[in-house]
Design a protein around this ligand. Sequence first.
Ligand code: ZN
Length: 239
Amino acid sequence: MEFHELPLGEQLLIARRGTAYFAQRLADLTDTDLDGDTLLPGWTRRHLLAHVGYNAAALCRLLDWAATGVETPMYASPEQRAREIDEGATLTPAALGNLFTHTAARLDEKWRNLPPTAWAAQVRTAQGRLVPAAETAWMRTREVWIHAVDLAGNGRFGDFPTVVLDSLLADIVGMWCTKDLGTGLVLSIDGRTPIAVHQDSPPQHTVAGPLAAVVRWATGRGAIGVTIDTDLDGPPRWL
Ligand code: ZN
């Protein structure tokens, strides 16, 4: 089962559960912990918290675009996005917490009030992809679940709903194929038929383990609980 096959209401529920999961991992941390590093190079937890807040605000802009037809991009430019995160990272812990809570609530309100016909309206992601507004459910789902692990606290891929893990895997393998990366790579998930990233290339490396561990590795969050049969320098880039 893939995320996109679920009814929209269930998709939004999984996104909201991800927000709650992120909020719980955040609650495990003290104010001074926010100065510590995340799993993302160069970003403290402050940067990550600012990013997750501004991401919700950016998705609100896509929903406004879908509702009104007036083009409002997620971010004015990659530079503006980076600057906003750098500035946001200097906010007080309380202000960062409020930013996360308020933007998540605003996104939820936009989802609840979006006219039924607007869900199919085409909007553009920060990567330049044209997608229906309904894709914001998956875009936010990916953000909150993965970044909850990036907080480098108690977040674990093993806590993710299976449908999220399966859909992440499909996204990542699809992206590798599009970019012609991962030639000869085989993902062998416990209890499943192995997946050759490029079906017509001979297998060279196998990464094996439980679903959550293989997906964690594939997202570039470390080789924990996976077996790798040759020395790979980590997974190909995904985003
Ligand atoms: Zn992100």
